[in-house]
Write a protein that binds this ligand. Sequence first.
Ligand code: SAH
Length: 562
Amino acid sequence: MLAAALGGSGQWDVRVYSGSVGEALRAAFAECSAVVSFLATGATVRVLAPVLGDKTTDPAVVCVDEARRFAIALLGGHHGANDLARRVADVFGPGCQAVVTTASDAIGVAALDGFGADLGFGVADPELLAPVGAAVLSGSPVNLLVDRQWPLPALPPNVCSDAGGAYTIAISDLADEPAERTLRYRPPSLVVGVGASRGASADEILETIDAALAAGNLSAVSVARLASLDIKASEPGLVEAAARRGWPVEFYPAAQLAQVPVPNPSPVVSASTGTASVAEAAARYDGPGRPLADLVVEKVKSARATAMATAAVGRLRPRGRLALIGLGPGARDLLAPRAVEELRRAAVVVGLDQYLAQIGDLLRPGTQVVASGLGAEEERARGAVELARTGQAVALVGSGDAGVYAMASPALDYADRDDIDVLCVPGVTAATAASNVLGAALGHDHCAISLSDLHTPWPVIERRVRAAAEGDFVVSFYNPRSRQRDWQLGAALEILAARRPPGTPIGWVRNASRADQSYGVTTLDLFDPAVVDMYTVVIVGCSQSRIVAGRFVTPRGYTWAA
Ligand code: SAH
């Protein structure tokens, strides 16, 4: 069955060896470029050990167990065994799994068939996906030709410009011819601005668009959309032209288009429509506040005698992508699957070295890691935004939730132009992590207060603590105490104690969910702030909170003792 399936592909000349297993296996190893052994891994190793040579010249070896559950790439993983193991597993069906143990494969390289799909990339040469994908996975050098920086996930280090390999991955909106061993991706980077007189036919409009694309040597597959003036929104020829090619069309008001600088403004067009350019301006305009596209083909007029259509082509700037990712309190299983997905979507990951060390194994091979030490928060946030502005896919990571006393706010403050895409992935913040260690401390109205007076003046913090005391909120204190800030927690607790019974529960959790987690629950009158440091969160109950069987519980009940 396997011989027929592999031989049938025409890729291999398949031979079946039988007889004495040792001799058969050694003969196959001597004569073939790849071997599938139906012996246990141990037996295979013992038979082949004496004849093993160099991995670049030895045949690849895959072992398959008797029950056909595993196809194990045993020898020469990057020299054919990984690919062969996958092929063999395919042939044996879903019950059989390829076992690949080489490093890059274990971590997971981005799959080529979906590469750039979320950005709208199209594949011009799908027949090359399999061989190029195999080359990428096997660690062979693959050339990378990109027209501009795109916010794509990381590619492994063997895929790079001037890699000198047999295959090339090219990303471009140019209408280049197919080239041997070049897998071409088409980014949706082009906007065709279209002007059409009333009654212009779809044929005339499409001819004009095609002429404009040809003038720039541009691929129609890279057309992201057509664009025109809003009063053309129901022009039948234009609507039909777009529908025929499956292109979306955007329509903009004259007032917006009139603002766009163009090389060929027309006073006549201005008099009749209110904008001196339709085709060129619509090709550049990308919505309010967004950067203008570069005009790559100036206005082309219809070649027909009727001359009722114009077209111009703009090239959109790739929008970088910034993901603000909360890693949770520490434990791997409290890290959201979405955060993992976004870490693997990024090409650059920025954060504190201690957090990056926690998640290094999740990153795709080839991911650039920008680690920094404590402090310099603003710089880190600014650096991440700047990197995203170069068009890259950047992840800025922080502990807990990235939006709670963390990097998301400085980053978003700095990202004050609509030139990148930003998304935020929530993480379990220290207060909820700690509340769950202690019991149900946050069971009713609660607030969080950071006691760090490095950024916030103490009088402001004090005012909030008083308000929390007055409002009878459960309070979670972040940044409760450090070597330099040793009196603030005591001062804050005094304010709360003045309004709460001495038996009010207070809990602290240090390194919640981490290997060295510790915690304690006691009452306000007995609490010693010295047990607390900067890895700790402190939760003070409200007047209704209780200690029940050692657990800190704030009742949910509405039978409030006023
Ligand atoms: N963004 C983080 C908070 C950063 S401020 C979050 O959402 O959790 C840093 C403070 O958070 C620390 O001083 C400490 O008070 C608290 N903290 C963060 N992680 C913690 C953990 N695993 N256990 C206890 N406290 C933690």
